[in-house]
Design a protein around this ligand. Structure first.
Ligand code: DGL
Length: 260
């Protein structure tokens, strides 16, 4: 069983991609809606929440853990790898690798939460492999609450995105990393502001592809179910109307959110 967690519903964009790419694997998800957003909290607090989320998923039978949250991936990955024996997959490396192979100019933009941008993890990962590349990062702290609220196509959201992307305007980026798993829900609005010349890199889809490749190489890591018998369970630490609405939008079907 594949375990996936996020601060809320954004990580469901990873879960949806995993459901699509790995239909024969059971999945258990935990969205920490009661404590969202993580991105404005300290590294110590995010790490503490991530340890508890992982313990919960392991109790439910997870054999690997996907940290479907850039904020937690950027500050808590090492602690989780030290604490737990199972493979811990983070979302930064797959997205950074995709950005490196996508860009032609070597000028890459990254947007994410404060925690992710402050950690400098995308710069380190990208420039660690390509010191000649330039990474321009912008924290967009209001976007996660807007997505959690279901404001994915409001005029106010467009205005805030315009404001956040403004500093990137003259940087001549040709690739923009959606360094937060909530942002794929805002992709049309972000693309409209970033312009057609900027290719968006979705950390959610790239992570699901990474896990698919990992399981192709190491099939014994996770139990593969009989065709048509895989289960998908979605747990949350708080049950809100907007979470249910956004979950339905992500999966394009009603999803039962189980309150723990
Ligand atoms: N989806 C999380 C991420 O990728 C959002 C974190 C938050 O709650 O701020 O960073």
């Amino acid at each position: 069983m594949i375990g996936i967690f996020d601060s809320g519903i954004g990580g469901m964009t990873v879960a949806r991609a995993v459901e699509q790419l790995l239909p024969d694997y059971s999945l258990v998800y935990f969205g920490d809606i009661a404590r969202t957003p993580y991105g404005s909290k300290s590294a110590a607090t995010i790490t503490d929440y991530s340890l508890r989320n992982t313990e919960f998923l392991l109790q439910k039978g997870a054999e690997i853990i996907i940290i479907a949250c850039n904020s937690a991936s950027s500050v808590a990955t090492e602690a989780l790898r030290r604490e737990f024996q199972v493979p811990i997959i983070e979302v930064i490396t797959p997205a950074a690798n995709k950005a490196i192979t996508t860009t032609r100019s070597g000028r890459i933009g990254v947007i994410g939460t404060r925690a992710t941008i402050r950690s400098g993890v995308y710069e380190q990962t990208i420039c660690g492999q390509r010191p000649d590349f330039h990474v321009f990062s912008e924290a967009c702290p209001l976007l996660v609450p807007l997505v959690e609220e279901g404001w994915t196509n409001k005029r106010e959201t467009k205005m805030i995105i315009r404001r956040y992307l403004h500093p990137l305007k003259d940087k001549q980026i040709d690739t923009l990393v959606l360094g937060c798993t909530h942002y794929p829900l805002l992709a049309p609005l972000i693309q409209a502001r970033a312009g057609r010349r900027a290719t968006l890199v979705d950390s959610s889809v790239e992570t699901a592809k990474y896990v698919r490749n990992l399981l192709a190489e190491q099939p014994l890591l996770v139990t593969r179910e009989e065709e048509g018998t895989a289960t998908h369970r979605y747990y949350v630490s708080d049950l809100t109307d907007s979470a249910q609405t956004v979950a339905r939008k992500i999966f394009e079907r009603p999803v039962e959110l189980i309150l723990i």
